[in-house]
Write a protein that binds this ligand. Structure first.
Ligand code: ATP
Ligand code: LTN
Length: 331
């Protein structure tokens, strides 16, 4: 039986955090045996906010290195950079013409990002979800692993695909979201009621996958908690400690009950140290591999080129079908 197809991606705006790791990449690694996986760097999406060109280029390569260092095997998965496969932008344009302004106006990410970048509310930011739909539909992906924040975009993707199919006949597969179990949503260390985000302005709010052990210790030590000094899981009233418990639980594979028992009678100091050491230990092999990979950028690019070629073959077939169906002349 043919394996089900998975597609997902991360924007190359900024450096990846522990949130990206536990919320996305670490789950992708677990899926690589069972599915036919396409994992890309969504660098076209990154242009919706202003970037320094050289930083954007560097971040893109660094994320590819992190994908591989985190355990994504380039032989088992198709790893590529979105801008290398022009079909994404081409299909994005066509799908723009099948998406309504009203639908896009309802996207909460658009509202959030417009508020954050009030001086640059460009039309790319508005049509961002359509490009994401193109990423997914170009491969007829069955499943799309995303965090809660992206579910609305996936719903829209399904609506666009259904609309297109009903106009032109069966063309796109309707993708399903693949969301993870609870606990995979990592919150900020300084503001534990908002998710840890790579674009957060406060460096103390996020753990970067490339942070040194000392930086990690410092950030956990300064993490916001509460005055109770009791390790207890209560996300509503104790969001800071609960977030640290989730992180510890994911790494040590322990339930919240087990963690409460383990740290009974101990204060936050000891607990924070334990969380920091667990994170350091978990990231160490990833960081070693990452540094090794970055020593040979040509090899990394060769992996991306190979992935892009394979991705393009698939996406081009779908795009040609779409061109034909809507009446665009190509040959
Ligand atoms: P940005 O700050 O640039 O918006 P981000 O850090 O929120 O970025 P995205 O590029 O939007 O990350 O997301 C990439 C993937 O990582 C998505 O699947 C998203 O759901 C997941 N992800 C991001 N942050 C977290 C988090 N704090 N906890 C769990 N998953 C996360
Ligand atoms: N919008 C997503 C990144 C992204 C994506 C995709 C995820 C771009 N294209 C296709 C899944 C499938 C984000 O910001 N996390």
């Amino acid at each position: 039986m043919e394996k089900k197809k998975i597609l997902s991606g991360i924007q190359s705006t900024g450096r990846l955090t522990l949130g990206n790791y536990f919320g996305a990449i670490d789950n992708w690694v677990k899926m690589q045996e069972e599915y036919d996986c396409y994992y890309m760097i969504a660098n076209l999406h990154s242009l919706t906010v202003r970037n320094d060109p050289e930083t954007l280029r560097q971040n893109t390569i660094k994320i590819i290195a992190l994908y591989i260092a985190a355990g994504l095997d380039p032989e088992k998965n198709t790893l590529f950079i979105q801008s290398q496969v022009k079909e994404h932008a081409e299909l994005g344009w066509i799908l723009d013409c099948y998406t309504y302004m009203g639908e896009l106006s309802r996207m909460t990410q658009f509202k959030d990002k417009s508020a954050k970048h009030a001086d640059n509310i460009n039309s790319g930011l508005f049509t961002y979800p359509v490009l994401m739909a193109a990423d997914i539909l170009a491969y007829n992906a069955d499943l799309v692993p995303v965090g809660d924040d992206q579910k609305q975009h996936l719903e829209l993707t399904r609506d666009i695909a259904e609309r297109f199919n009903s106009l032109y006949g069966e063309t796109f597969k309707i993708p399903e979201p693949y969301t993870k179990k609870v606990g995979a949503r990592i919150m900020g260390l300084q503001n534990p009621t908002a998710k840890m985000s790579k674009s957060s302005q406060d460096p103390m709010d996020k753990i970067l996958l490339t942070d040194s052990p000392d930086e990690i210790r410092k950030k956990f030590k300064k993490a916001v908690t509460d005055s109770e000094n009791k390790v207890k899981y209560d996300p509503e009233n104790k969001p800071g400690v609960s977030n640290l418990m989730s992180i510890y639980g994911i790494i040590k594979n322990k339930t919240m009950d087990e963690i409460e028992k383990q740290f009974e009678g101990q204060g936050y100091g000891a607990f924070k140290t334990a969380v920091a050491e667990a994170v350091i230990e978990r990231l160490e092999p990833l960081q070693n591999k990452y540094n090794e990979l970055l020593e040979n950028p040509d090899k990394l690019m060769a992996i991306c080129n190979k992935g892009a070629k394979k991705a393009e073959e698939k996406a081009n077939r779908v795009l040609k079908d779409v061109y034909k169906k809507v009446g665009l002349v190509i040959e």
